[in-house]
Design a protein around this ligand. Structure first.
Ligand SMILES: Nc1ncnc2c1ncn2[C@@H]1O[C@H](COP(=O)(O)OP(=O)(O)OP(=O)(O)O)[C@@H](O)[C@H]1O
Length: 250
């Protein structure tokens, strides 16, 4: 069963749909000087969603992730339904402190304000989940890039964010490491985490996400359940194909 399918089977659909969105952007715009990076964005992310943001270079994907996080000045509205919601972000290139893998996790748990009594159990569980238990004492920066990215995901998982934002999380990885990261993300999704991920890999979007948002020049052109996006020959798909964003076999 696909990740989206597993999630549908596990989750009671109606109560989730009835809830207020975890985060909602309404008529949101972001400018950098003369550049309108985002314009008229209406986007509601609900608990348990796995949204893939797709679109060409410069479309506004990273800016939209930052807007969801509340990190950029904007016009329009950004609403979060959970007060003091935890939002975590994972980048294309993992950023590790010059500490052991274990201590990188401990620092994240400390910064998240979690009780010290919980740190050990959370760190063990997160490292196990990421397949890094044997590497816990290694300097994080001495790990391979793929291992560091799994550590970044373990670090995010350990604090149980309400929302996990991922900016092209596999763009720097070889196929094996990419597969490992995708498997880990699938376990996060199956556990009910809410994820929004930018990617240039439409195959990856199809494998992981339940919903595809296609951005172009700062506006949302398509926002569809993944099955509908890939089942229908939308203008967006044709456009992505022509720009080389979408391989022919997806
Ligand atoms: N800090 C900034 N200052 C000025 N312009 C910016 C800044 N950040 C982004 N932009 C511009 O905003 C637009 C959207 O950029 P953004 O990085 O969000 O696109 P993207 O879809 O993530 O692109 P890519 O796929 O290349 O990562 C681009 O025109 C970019 O040049």
């Amino acid at each position: 069963m696909s990740v989206a399918g597993a999630r549908r089977a596990a989750a009671p659909a109606l109560p989730l749909r009835a809830e207020a969105p975890l985060v909602a952007l309404e008529s949101l715009g972001v400018r950098f000087g003369d550049v309108a990076a985002l314009n008229g964005i209406d986007l509601a992310v609900r608990r348990g969603d796995f949204v893939a943001l797709v679109g060409p270079n410069g479309a506004g994907k990273t800016t939209l992730l930052h807007a969801l996080h509340g990190l950029v000045a904007h016009n329009g509205t950004r609403r979060m339904s959970v007060p003091a919601a935890r939002v975590a972000m994972v980048f294309q290139r993992p950023f590790m402190l010059r500490l052991s893998a274990w201590n990188n996790l401990s620092v994240a748990l400390w910064l998240a304000g979690l009780p010290r009594a919980e740190w050990s159990a959370r760190a063990h569980e997160a490292l196990d989940r990421a397949g890094l238990a044997d590497l816990r004492e290694r300097p994080a920066r001495a790990l391979s890039v793929g291992q560091q990215q799994r550590l970044a995901l373990a670090r995010a998982w350990a604090v149980r964010p309400d929302l996990l934002l991922l900016d092209e999380p596999t763009a720097s990885l070889d196929p094996t490491a990419r597969h490992e990261v995708e498997s880990l993300l699938a376990t996060f999704a199956a556990a009910g985490m809410t994820l929004v991920m930018s990617t240039h890999d439409l195959g990856q979007a199809r494998r992981l996400a339940g919903r595809i948002v296609h951005l172009d020049r700062g506006t949302i052109r398509v926002d569809l359940p993944s099955a509908d996006f890939f089942a229908t020959r939308t203008d967006a798909r044709a456009d992505l194909l022509s720009r080389g964003e979408l391989p022919w076999d997806v």
